[in-house]
Design a protein around this ligand. Structure first.
Ligand code: AVI
Length: 325
């Protein structure tokens, strides 16, 4: 998996790209998913340049409550969270993106080192460049790696007491089994004395959930349909966006929002070396977003080996921030 490993240094800002995309492997993964019953496409393909912008737009929607609810929890409880998490640690930000969520906590957490991790260092360069100018006292490292597969950090991430930061309820996009495995890896990466600060979306009325994932402005629909452009670009597929509709539903038995792309008519998707027929109304499953109870997530943390947990929530009990060590 370690195909390239490059480090460049400017003052105390460094970048490490741990792997480069293997396009043949991505094509195999996409074809395998499309040929499955039901057809699936991994949600990791949602985030190309346009998909990431559409996701940013989703976080601005009045119906998409998670981002602003999590922010309100951090704003309301920052001193208590910092007191429990400890100041002066190495802050490891998983899925850092524009680094804004972690940067809001720099004042209270006072990290000695900030390690921003995302799929590609190219996403991190601009944000870390300006953050470094604003916080010259904090050593910063940008790491490019697909941590959804395996979480491992390069030596440049440094030692010291580590606080792993995983906000936004991205943990919900793993199945509970995958989430447990991922949390075990977080524990390993955190090391002795390490801690995890994580945002988790909670179960709430179905109507609220479904509106958050099927907004009237259809931004989430565009985010989901953009996957068809990815299929065409990466696999050489012939999908037509107008042939599909966006479906988001809350599966109560599994406690998860599911996103699907539904064929508006019987059609075949063709790509070099493969073909998948879809009946009218047949769906491609594109994302799960699991919603937890506080007790259910505490249990998941315990099962992953975390002994101590604390959490903070909003007044409605819609979202929770957990600290686990
Ligand atoms: C990134 N992740 C936590 C989002 C979620 O809510 O599951 C992705 C998303 N999918 C549709 N809207 C937002």
């Amino acid at each position: 998996m370690l195909l390239a490993h490059t480090a460049a240094m400017t003052a105390s800002l460094r970048f490490v790209q741990m792997h480069s995309e293997d396009s043949a492997a991505l094509r195999r993964e996409l074809a395998h998913g499309l040929l499955g019953r039901p057809a699936t496409v991994s949600p990791k393909f949602l985030y190309d340049a346009l998909g990431s912008k559409l996701f940013d737009a989703i976080t601005e929607l009045p119906e998409y409550y998670p981002t602003r609810t999590e922010r309100a929890i951090f704003d309301a409880h920052a001193p208590a969270i910092a007191a429990a998490a400890g100041r002066g640690r190495t802050l490891i930000d998983l899925g850092a993106g524009n680094c804004a969520k972690a940067a809001r906590l720099f004042g209270v957490l006072a990290p000695l080192r900030y390690v921003a991790v995302d799929i590609s260092v190219d996403y991190l360069r601009q944000a870390l460049g300006s953050l470094q100018r604003q916080h010259p006292g904090i050593e910063m490292v940008g790491v490019g790696t697909d941590f959804s597969a395996t979480l491992a950090l390069p030596p440049e991430a440094g030692g010291g007491e580590r606080l792993v930061f995983y906000p936004g309820s991205s943990i919900g996009n793993f199945t509970p089994q995958e989430a447990q495995r991922f949390l075990q890896q977080v524990r390993t990466v955190g090391g002795a004395g390490g801690a995890l600060l994580i945002g988790v979306d909670l179960v709430k009325p179905k109507a609220v959930l479904e509106l958050a994932y099927d907004d009237p402005l259809q931004v989430t629909a565009a985010f989901n349909l953009n996957l068809l452009r990815r299929l065409n670009a990466l696999l050489g597929c012939d999908a037509r966006i107008e042939d599909f509709g966006h479906v988001a539903l809350f599966n109560e038995a599994e406690s998860r929002i599911e996103m699907h792309l539904k064929a508006r008519r019987a059609l075949s998707l063709r790509w070099p070396g493969g073909e998948r027929h879809l009946a009218a109304d047949e769906r491609i499953h594109t994302e799960n977003s699991y919603k937890y109870s506080v007790g259910g997530f505490e249990q998941l943390l315990r099962d992953a080996g975390f002994a101590r947990t604390t959490h903070w929530t909003d007044e409605r009990g819609w979202f929770a921030v957990f600290l686990a060590s």
